[in-house]
Ligand binder design. Structure first.
Ligand SMILES: Nc1ncnc2c1ncn2[C@@H]1O[C@H](COP(=O)(O)OP(=O)(O)OP(=O)(O)O)[C@@H](O)[C@H]1O
Length: 321
């Protein structure tokens, strides 16, 4: 079996030691080629060539950003037009291995991997040895002639504003720790517009919902983690179903506090309240805003947008886990 290993040497918790452990361990199990990413977008470009180059597996050591790029490369292969249309498209693509090396590592943890690169390497080697694979669906966001797949979440409004603010801090050399996210979210809450909701939710067979301030779109649950605690605004979301959504039609503290308390519990029940908009297992829906609204995808800030369509892509990838 041939595998391409993509390493982001700049990812928050990736270092030479974990990289070498992984190279040695994976290299003993498969024929391994190692590529270090040198710039934003490099992982996508490399993963896009993996099918044409005959790789069976693409492994990633990095954070959710590098994993997102890799997945987008796998789903947009170079020479991909010749690929046959299969009932299960995941079987026509190299399988994915993820080793957490970023800050939150939501995708790896949602797959059940330990949040530690060395322990995860052990789990993945076991999966390789036993031929254990899981087929996962992805989300896809489409806007202004562009599109991008997401592995765990996307969002418009307040959560994307927080992602933008944290990215701004990272640009000044500070790390994206869970505490920094929480502090930024609290500080930004004072600044975010709590009086003029911009968004409307529409979709085939979905009742139109107006007056939405923020929307979280999930391909799996948890949505994120604060240290070891999972945060689950859409507890029914899963890699095996369509997309879920939680929208907020009120941003006041009295409305928000019970929702925040609920999503920090381990409960499988949906958060409740008349000010909430909820979708489960949907193939497609659209958020339209009457002014540009912050937009994020897998924790990457993607600018302000007025219309974004979210689509589920079932059976997109096989993951060794
Ligand atoms: N050599 C590089 N120099 C600068 N940026 C890079 C390099 N390689 C990859 N990147 C970019 O860095 C971004 C962040 O990396 P990544 O997600 O792997 O780690 P992280 O930011 O620590 O983790 P998380 O996404 O969990 O916060 C990615 O979107 C990727 O495009």
């Amino acid at each position: 079996m041939r595998a391409m290993l993509l390493v982001n040497p700049k990812a928050t918790t990736t270092n030479a030691r974990t990289r070498d452990v992984l190279i040695r361990a994976l290299g003993a199990a498969v024929e391994l080629t190692v590529e270090e990413t040198r710039y934003r977008g490099h992982a996508a470009a490399l993963a896009a060539t993996s099918l044409a180059k005959g790789y069976d597996i693409v492994a990633v050591l990095g954070g959710d950003g590098t994993i997102n790029e890799t997945v987008n490369g796998l789903l947009n292969p170079v020479n991909g037009d010749d690929a046959p249309l299969l009932d299960d498209p995941s079987t026509g693509r190299p399988a994915l291995i993820v080793i957490p090396g970023g800050s939150a590592n939501v995708f790896a943890r949602a797959l059940g991997l330990p949040n530690d690169p060395v322990e995860s390497t052990g789990a993945v080697l076991e999966a390789l040895r036993d031929g254990r694979r899981r087929t996962v669906g992805l989300g896809q966001a489409l806007w202004e002639g562009q599109s991008r797949y997401f592995t765990f979440c996307s969002g418009m409004g307040y959560d994307a504003e927080v992602v933008r603010a944290v990215e701004g801090l990272r640009g000044t050399g500070r790390k994206a720790t869970p505490t920094r996210y929480v502090n930024t979210a609290l500080r930004h809450y004072l600044a975010t517009d709590k009086h003029h909701p911009a968004m409307t939710l529409t979709g085939p067979g979905i009742p139109t919902a107006r007056g939405v301030f923020m929307a979280i779109v999930s391909n799996t649950s948890p949505w994120t983690y604060v240290r070891s605690r999972p945060v689950r605004p859409t507890p029914w979301a899963s890699f095996e179903t369509g997309l879920d959504l939680l929208g907020l039609r009120r941003m006041g503290l009295i409305s928000l506090t019970p929702v925040i308390r609920h999503i920090l519990t381990e409960s499988d029940a949906l958060p409740s309240g008349r000010h909430l908009v909820q979708l489960h297992d949907e193939p497609e829906f659209t958020l339209t805003a009457d002014r540009p609204v912050a937009f994020q995808l897998d924790g990457d800030y993607l600018g302000e947008r007025e219309t974004v369509t979210f689509r589920s892509t079932p059976n997109a990838l096989q993951v060794l886990v």
